[in-house]
Design a protein around this ligand. Structure first.
Ligand SMILES: NC(=O)c1ccc[n+]([C@@H]2O[C@H](COP(=O)([O-])OP(=O)(O)OC[C@H]3O[C@@H](n4cnc5c(N)ncnc54)[C@H](OP(=O)(O)O)[C@@H]3O)[C@@H](O)[C@H]2O)c1
Length: 322
């Protein structure tokens, strides 16, 4: 099969487009013919050897890629929910071997769901990891509810564009922090208000929030405490040591006094319930992938460089088939 792989850590020039043997599947795994995937910041962090959980990364030749949309090619003997020909989407973490930047990938059955038929494969290739991160942060960790006030920092990025839409779909009042150039985009996704982080400090306009979702990682519970209501939650996508310490101590405090403000770090998990909830929102027309650009697999280097610039609006897609 064709794949993009690397034999050493380094810049995007270590990525090679070439042939590798196809993966084999286990009893509860599905072989997916990959139609599209996307680049996530973890891809260029792992590529360069700088990922926080690098010890979980598979050996060389290393095929990156967490996001998968495609069609089932074969199933293991223990698979019950899929058959060859089914259109699916899902994701893999490093501990599950990554490998989505290739024509074929082996995926655990429980990390896949059926692709919504109103979304094309390219858009579905940008959906799983970022939408699941936003879902798990807002729903599973922060307990978002109708009427809650949510601040999304980094609202124009991969995670942020999904976070704004999910918050809105669940009835929250959403403020998006993004640059002036991205305000129209973020409002079009449902944000009630936008704040330009280059000209305004969102801590100083008098607004308060039930949930601050920080997808950029420059903030902390301490810095955002003044804009959180009693019992409010600061959730970060960045596993910085300070966030873990704050998560531990603030959870203890919160257990004693429910009005205590909490810190949490989301670590995305490839799980079926969240993927199904995301697929249902897509099916209802409440969630879409904002596509910044689409690159063919053999141009993965360019796709990595664009994601690495940290300026992408929504998702950088790798188109593999179709
Ligand atoms: N823990 C987990 O499981 C998990 C899961 C997913 C992602 N992450 C992490 O979450 C972070 C975000 O991921 P992503 O995929 O959303 O990244 P991304 O798509 O690459 O983010 C790019 C966006 O960030 C915006 N941005 C940059 N600096 C900003 C700032 N200071 N304030 C507001 N917006 C800013 C950019 O807009 P402008 O050009 O307008 O600045 C751009 O639209 C990464 O660090 C990633 O590694 C962690």
């Amino acid at each position: 099969m064709k794949a993009v792989f690397q034999q050493t850590y380094g810049g995007s020039d270590v990525l090679v487009h070439g042939d590798l043997p196809p993966p084999s599947i286990g009893r509860h795994q599905v072989l997916v013919e990959v139609y599209a995937s996307s680049i996530n910041p973890r891809d260029w962090l792992i590529r360069s050897g700088k990922y926080q959980l690098q010890f979980l990364v598979p050996a060389f030749p290393l095929v990156l890629g967490s996001d998968i949309s495609g069609v089932v090619a074969a199933v293991g003997p223990g698979v019950t929910r899929f058959k060859p020909g089914d259109p699916v989407f899902g994701m893999k973490n490093p501990a599950q071997g990554l490998g989505a930047h290739a024509e074929l990938v082996a995926v655990n059955e429980k990390s896949l769901v059926r692709k919504p038929d109103n979304m094309d494969f390219d858009a579905a290739g940008g959906l799983p990891l970022c939408a699941l991160t936003a879902w798990q942060a807002l729903v599973d960790i922060a307990g978002i509810q109708r009427g809650k006030r949510v601040l999304v920092i980094g609202a124009s990025g991969g995670v942020g564009t999904f976070a704004v839409q999910i918050s809105k779909a669940l009835g929250a009042v959403v403020t998006g922090v993004c640059s002036a150039a991205n305000q129209a985009l973020v409002k079009s996704l449902g944000a009630d208000l936008t704040i330009d982080y280059k000209t305004e400090d969102f801590r100083k306009n008098g607004a308060v929030y039930d949930i601050v979702f920080d997808t950029i990682g420059r903030e902390s519970l301490a810095r955002c405490s003044g804009i959180l209501v009693p019992g409010g939650v600061y959730v970060s996508t960045v596993p910085a040591p300070g966030n873990f310490v704050a998560a531990f101590t603030s959870t203890l405090r919160h257990a004693v006094s429910k009005s205590g403000k909490r810190c949490a770090v989301v670590m995305v998990r490839p799980e079926r319930t969240g993927l199904e909830a995301i697929a249902a929102l897509v099916q209802k027309g409440q969630l879409k992938t904002v596509v910044d650009s689409v690159f063919p697999l053999h141009e993965a280097q360019k796709a990595h460089d664009l994601s690495r610039s940290k300026r992408a609006r929504g998702k950088v897609i790798l188109h593999i088939k179709g």
